[in-house]
Design a binder for this molecule. Structure first.
Ligand code: ADP
Ligand code: MG
Length: 747
């Protein structure tokens, strides 16, 4: 039996059991080099011969990608259930447990809708398990003296015994079978996610646990090492990790619950380490293989003109990041930089400056945005700025706006301008990366990422240029662990300071009943000349129901509270020029109250709007709320944000109160990620990078940091992983991450 050998069993409690071990491996054989022979061997052991599997189930396993015994090593339990003595049931009242024992009685129901009672007995006592369902089968299923494992909740007994098991699952065990006997020796049992395909072939949770166990046991028979080590010895030692083999055994069949965390950490480290290795390699590749553009022209004149066009003083943080960007652009390495900053920290102007440097050096530059509304907003802002800049500097910088759905003739004209280099700055949506768009000399690319573009789209825009420098901007601060994961290969610039003239936005949480009061307040602000937004949730633009809520409320507001006030509406279903008209009217103050869905989430910049009301606020993510709130507080006047929510539970209340307590987007992002998890944080799931099986970014911050430092350190010293001590990394990387590297190379 594999799980009780000396290397696996490290505590005294189970030491007595080690005597019975047959297959043994010692600590010394934890460190071996990769051998592919055992992989080959395992391919010959068809999984259909595993006990409990058979042809049909083997096919089901195949369907979910489990084709060989080794594939079972990928299984990670969702939870663990403790097996207890029957005597101890009272100590586990109301919790899920396993009990194992012999059947010594079965009582069949007198009426069809009553349960069959199965009585089982272990060395410490007797209990009963009522099981509903057709009793004809039961007499065949539960025979006297057979040995069973039952899973269920301990509840009060109605009949005969004081406690009984509220049945969830059972598993028949053959005590004469060596393997099954071994299986019974654990205290904790793994429960796995059961896919529908498996369920269809009647695989139940406990059966699956046994099959996994059997797979491991069979693997060990053909291959003592069970699983190849993927990290070199020095990393394992330095980071105080357990071996990969132990980790996999323990996470599946722990001897004590603390084993699980030790094992998980080891596997998480590995996930993070190889991901960071990928990042380190990619970064190195970008910097060494391809030579970037040197934007070498002197920028004294440019800087002077830029400053005199500005209507404000740049913040220290803005100057700092502009320097970082300029420094990169000047050098011949390809820039790949992430610009982070809180809402309203002034990222746009920083990107304009960078674009001007590119233009000054004779290159075209493109700015790609995830939504039309945002592209348009940038187009206006930047056009206005460039117009004045042209006047100040005597230059003639041209801008083109490219999105889908523009008139054909106009589009042809734009495309030609871009191709012939008649335009310098091109702003748009993903229309910028369509095949028909050819750039004359794209040298600099800004992506207003808003985490909505995938890696591939970024890559495409880049490919349109001549190894252009790339600046990626994020609308909302991203927790550090996430940015290291998703943007781990980029250099980071952070604007950690807001312009001085900003007054912190005051945020309040109000219930539905308090709406009249809120609206009265809004009307008072209108009298002072201010404007307001009111947002209704629209989680998905195709959800008609949500749209209805904005439209209905628009009507309602227009007919009741705001009868005498000009009010407008924008939502995702409007065509871009319709949205544009409405936004323009709002900007000019012709509209006082703008009813909207989240289409205005990013980028909209109307300083006179000072009130943001968000209805059904509990339906939004915190970062999204923060982003929406960022639409106000853009001028010198005091701004307000009112979150209106119904039926708040404690968690939602806590979430929303975070927003009332702080305006710090970085802090909010951390809380948001803690609550929603990294996958949901981005709204759209990021290209698989966040599909960790063992890593929990909320818990593994330190682990990530260590793994990153180590990976970057190794690539720095041994970029091709040729040193003997790194051979394991190299082989494992080529074996498991080659595809990822290829994708990254493209990107
Ligand atoms: P974000 O970082 O959210 O994209 P923007 O770039 O849209 O922020 O800037 C928000 C507003 O602040 C804009 O109206 C911009 O003109 C203004 N702004 C930017 N930098 C400064 C500054 N240093 N001082 C005052 N206002 C600034
Ligand atoms: Mg912005």
């Amino acid at each position: 039996m594999f799980h009780l050998d000396s290397s696996f069993c490290w505590n005294d409690k189970v030491a007595g059991m080690t005597n019975s071990m047959e297959l043994e491996f010692s600590i010394s054989d934890l460190f071996f080099s990769l051998s592919y022979i055992h992989c080959l061997l395992n391919c010959f052991v068809d999984i259909k011969y595993l006990k409990g599997v058979g042809e049909k189930r083997a096919n089901a396993f195949n369907e979910i990608g489990i084709k060989s015994l080794e594939d079972f090593l990928q299984f990670i339990p969702r939870m663990y259930i403790e097996k207890i003595d029957i005597k101890k049931m009272r100590d586990h009242f109301d919790s899920n447990v396993l009990v194992a024992g012999k059947i010594f009685d079965v009582e069949y129901p007198r009426k069809p809708n009553l349960p069959t009672y199965v009585f089982i007995k272990d060395e410490t006592g007797i209990t009963q398990v009522p099981i509903f369902g057709k009793s004809e089968f039961r007499s065949k299923q539960f025979r006297l003296n057979d040995y069973f494992l039952f899973w269920g909740k301990v509840v009060g007994g109605y009949y005969n015994t004081k406690y009984q098991i509220d049945y969830r699952d059972h598993l028949k065990i053959d005590p004469l079978d060596k393997n099954e006997n071994d299986f019974l020796k654990f205290k904790y049992y793994p429960i796995y996610e059961l896919s529908g395909v498996l369920k269809k072939t009647w695989i139940r949770p406990l059966l699956l646990s046994k099959i996994v166990f059997n797979a491991f046991a069979s693997l060990i028979k053909v291959n003592k090492t069970l699983v190849a080590e993927s990290l070199p010895e020095y990393i394992i030692k330095e980071s105080n990790l357990i071996s990969r083999k132990d980790a996999i055994l323990r996470i599946n069949f722990p001897l004590q619950l603390t084993d699980v965390e030790t094992a998980r950490k080891r596997l998480a480290f590995e996930e993070l380490f190889y991901l960071q290795l990928l990042m380190a390699l990619k970064k190195r590749m970008v910097q060494t293989e391809a030579k970037g553009i040197e934007f070498h022209k002197d920028i004294k004149e440019l800087t002077k003109n830029f400053k005199s066009t500005l209507k404000f003083e740049l913040t220290g943080a803005q100057k700092k990041v502009m320097n970082e960007i300029y420094f990169d652009m000047k050098s011949n390495k390809v820039m790949n930089r992430l610009l982070q900053g809180d809402v309203g920290s002034g990222k746009t102007i920083v990107s304009i400056f960078a674009m001007l440097i590119a233009v000054e050096n004779g290159y075209q530059t493109a700015l790609m945005c995830p939504t039309e509304l945002l592209a348009e907003q940038h187009y206006y802002t930047i056009s206005n700025f460039i117009k004045e800049f042209n006047e100040v500097s005597g230059k003639d910088i041209k801008i083109t706006f490219l999105i889908g759905g523009q008139k054909k003739k106009l589009r042809e004209e734009y495309l030609q301008d871009i191709r012939l280099g008649k335009t310098n700055i091109i702003i748009g949506t993903h229309a910028l990366i369509q095949e028909a768009v050819e750039y004359k000399n794209l040298g600099f690319v800004v992506i207003d990422e808003q985490h909505k573009f995938g890696v591939m789209q970024r890559a495409k825009l880049k490919e349109k240029g001549l190894n252009p420098d790339v600046l990626v901007m994020t609308a909302t601060p991203i927790p550090r662990t996430l940015s290291l994961t998703v943007y781990g290969d980029l250099d980071v610039s952070v604007i950690d300071e807001l312009p001085l003239n900003r007054k912190p936005i005051k945020t309040y949480l109000r219930t539905d009943d308090e709406k009249p009061k809120v609206f009265k307040f809004v009307k008072d602000e209108f009298k002072k000349g201010r404007q307001a937004y009111i947002i209704y949730p629209l989680i998905d633009e195709s959800e008609k129901m949500d749209l209805k809520s904005a439209e209905e409320n628009y009507k309602l507001l227009k007919e009741t509270y705001f009868k005498d006030v000009p009010i407008g509406m924008v939502h995702g279903r409007l065509l871009w020029y319709e949205k544009d008209d409405e936004m323009q009217a709002f900007k000019e103050g012709k509209i006082k109250l703008l009813v909207s869905t989240t289409v205005i989430e990013v980028g909209i910049d109307i300083p006179n709007a000072t009130i943001m009301i968000i209805e059904d606020a509990q339906r939004f993510g915190l970062s999204q709320l923060h982003q929406l709130r960022g639409r106000v507080g853009r001028g010198a006047e005091q701004s307000y944000c009112v979150l209106i929510a119904k039926h708040l539970d404690e968690v939602s209340k806590k979430r929303l109160n975070t927003l009332c307590e702080t305006n710090d987007g970085f802090k909010i992002a951390e809380v948001d990620m803690e609550i929603r998890g990294p996958g949901e944080f981005f709204g759209t799931r990021q290209s698989g990078i966040l599909n960790f099986s063992c890593t929990d970014l909320n818990r593994d911050k330190d682990l990530l940091q260590t793994a990153r430092e180590m990976a970057f350190g190794i690539i720095n010293e041994d970029p091709n992983l040729r040193k003997p001590e790194n051979i394991t990394i190299r082989e494992n990387f080529l074996l498991n991450y080659k595809d990822a590297l290829y994708i990254m190379k493209v990107a």
